[in-house]
Design a protein around this ligand. Structure first.
Ligand code: NDP
Length: 318
């Protein structure tokens, strides 16, 4: 940060960090409030919905909509009102004084009167050495991205939440067989999604089972499983291992300044998007560990833009 010259940096009233439903909704609202927001796209522009197939629960789309199509619409709507999207990711921040300082891709300085943090969350992994080694070679956290590589092959997916259900169902389009591996004896997923999985003939659920290791030199050739009740181990010969065990909020870069809970979610003041630093607002999955839906992320993105707009007006008044 010291080496970066901010003297001729772009100075914005509102900088939005992240472009999932939260960030782009914040961008739409602050652009319509004539605040000309700069929106930093982040490492995964469009956020988690980019790796989702059908979104069936977002109001206004009775037939459902594909995640990437929905995010394109969010983006077009933000740009229509003057939001400016900037490719790249924020690599350092200084929130110790105003205007706040941000650096994009380690070289582009930006000054901001307000910052809206909507950096979302990223996939978690099991933490096995061979899982990391074979990532992209049979191990994946995104069935939508990689499922088509497993035509007529056998794959396994770990997890018992809605993501695991959704991805297991998606994988049946390609794979000859899909194992759902869950560490307990009941799914966390909604009944409707779990029901679809349990009814699907291509899917076999392995309850009370954990993955202990991933086998294969260059590509996944199998996984070692352990029955968590009997302790019995066995090898399951699969060519793909999909991990769907939840997400971690992308808030590390703000950790020096913003209050976070023990799992890293940003803490906001009740019924608002205010963080512990005046002028910095947080919304979406970076801050919400309870609902984590596109619609709630969009809702808090709207709140953040309104909070920022009112806060700026208060500063100008005096
Ligand atoms: P969740 O946190 O809901 O589920 C994670 C699953 O992974 C749980 O079953 C958990 O087990 C399991 N798990 C966690 N850690 C491990 C581990 N180390 N080893 C093995 N298993 C592990 O995450 P999701 O990503 O599924 O969903 C996140 C949110 O998004 C939810 O609110 C969900 O409803 C929503 N969502 C909605 C969709 C839709 O409506 N179309 C689609 C996808 C997600 P355990 O149950 O034992 O804790």
């Amino acid at each position: 940060m010291e080496a970066i010259d901010f003297s001729s940096a772009d100075h914005r009233k509102v900088v939005v960090v992240g472009t999932g439903p939260a960030g782009l909704t914040a961008a739409i609202y602050s652009a319509r409030a004539n605040l000309k927001p700069l929106v930093i796209q982040g490492p995964e522009p469009g956020g988690q919905l980019i790796t989702t197939t059908d979104v069936e629960n977002y109001p206004g789309f009775p037939e459902g909509i594909m995640g990437p199509d929905m995010m394109q619409k969010f983006e077009a709507q933000a740009e229509r009102f003057g939001a400016e999207l900037q490719w790249g990711m924020v690599t350092s921040v200084d929130l110790s004084e105003r205007p706040f300082k941000l650096v994009v891709d380690e070289e582009m300085p930006i000054l901001a009167d307000t910052v809206i943090v909507s950096t979302g969350a990223s996939a978690m992994y099991l933490g096995l050495e061979n899982e990391a080694r074979l990532l992209g070679h049979g191990v994946s956290a995104c069935a939508t991205c990689d499922g088509a590589f497993f035509r007529e092959q056998e794959v396994a997916i770990v997890g018992g939440g809605d993501t695991a259900m959704e991805e297991a169902l998606f994988l049946t389009r390609f794979a000859s067989k899909v194992y759902v591996i869950h560490r307990r004896d009941a799914f966390r997923a909604s009944k409707i999604m779990a029901g679809r999985v349990l009814e699907n003939e291509k899917i076999e659920v392995l309850w009370n089972t954990v993955v202990e290791d991933v086998l294969g030199e260059k590509e996944v050739e199998g996984i070692i499983l352990k029955d968590s009740i009997t302790g019995e181990g066995r090898t399951l010969p699969v060519q793909g291992l999909f991990v769907a065990i939840g997400h971690k909020p992308n808030t590390e870069i703000f950790s020096e300044y913003l209050e976070r809970d023990e799992t890293g979610y940003l803490i906001t003041k009740p019924d608002s998007t205010y963080t512990n630093i005046a002028g910095v607002f947080a919304c979406g999955d970076a801050q919400d560990h309870v609902y984590r839906q596109a619609i709630t992320a969009a809702g808090t993105g709207c709140m953040a833009a309104i909070d920022a707009e009112r806060w700026l007006a208060d500063q100008e008044e005096g």
